[in-house]
Design a protein around this ligand. Structure first.
Ligand code: C5P
Length: 221
């Protein structure tokens, strides 16, 4: 039996990977499936929360009882998060947000030209939504959770990232064969700004989601 310990709470979850268009048919993307974000949305709803799920290009079926906002780019994701956040008790940034976007967008398809090298793709930085939300706290007492996928020095990099972003909890995944991107399973350590460290053993993404909500609920007071 699931305890409705998030009843009366509004949680915002982002899921999937942003797509940064080059022209009407091409984009720069990433390997995020959105499954961890969807697991967070489903489990929060089961625990009684009102859930706003902001999704980027996942193609996953809509979870029941969840408000869905569909976006494409990091800039659109930022707008959707800033719109929803003032009313949210919790913001969980599970989406893989592109750090960079192409500087220019070609309104017509980019063509190959005989005997000519292609134009280089010039990138510019995207806004860091997690850092912005953590610094501004659109609602006092709001709990902000980030994710980090790391390949080496996972804990040290995670600690540094938690401090840099200023969030309350950071879920650190080690990118690997059977976990994280596209997989049904995950393994992670949840780092707290209070110095806490909660390892979550290899298992379904729902189990990691439940641990995140346990840690969030204890911080909501
Ligand atoms: O810096 P890095 O991309 O590793 O950080 C990952 C965390 O920051 C995730 O929670 C992601 O949703 C968030 N993020 C963001 N805006 C960006 C890049 C990442 O909110 N531009």
């Amino acid at each position: 039996v699931t305890e409705p310990d998030l009843a009366g709470r509004h949680v915002v979850v982002t899921a999937g990977g942003t797509r940064e268009p080059l022209d009407p048919v091409r984009f720069l993307g990433n390997r995020s499936s959105g499954k961890q974000g969807y697991a967070l949305a489903r489990t929060a709803a089961a625990r009684g929360a009102r859930v706003t799920l902001i999704e980027a290009g996942t193609g996953l079926p809509d979870p029941a009882g969840v408000d869905i906002v569909r976006i494409g780019t990091a800039v659109q994701l930022r707008e959707a998060v800033l719109k929803a956040a003032p009313d949210a008790d919790v913001v969980v940034m599970a989406a893989a947000v592109a750090d960079f976007r192409p500087r220019t967008y070609a309104s017509g398809k980019i063509k190959k030209k005989d005997g000519q090298e292609p134009e280089p793709i010039v990138l510019v930085r995207n806004p860091d939504i997690l850092a912005e939300i953590s610094a501004d706290r659109p609602r006092p007492g709001q709990v902000v959770v980030g994710f980090a996928a790391e390949t080496d020095d996972v804990l040290a990099n995670g600690r540094a990232k938690l401090a840099r972003k200023g969030c309350d909890l950071l879920v650190v995944n080690e990118v690997g064969e059977r976990k994280t991107f596209g997989s049904e399973e995950n393994e992670a350590v949840v780092l707290g700004a209070d110095g806490s460290e909660t390892p979550v053993p290899y298992g379904p993404k729902e189990a990691l989601a439940e641990t995140v909500w346990d840690l969030v609920a204890s911080r909501l007071g």
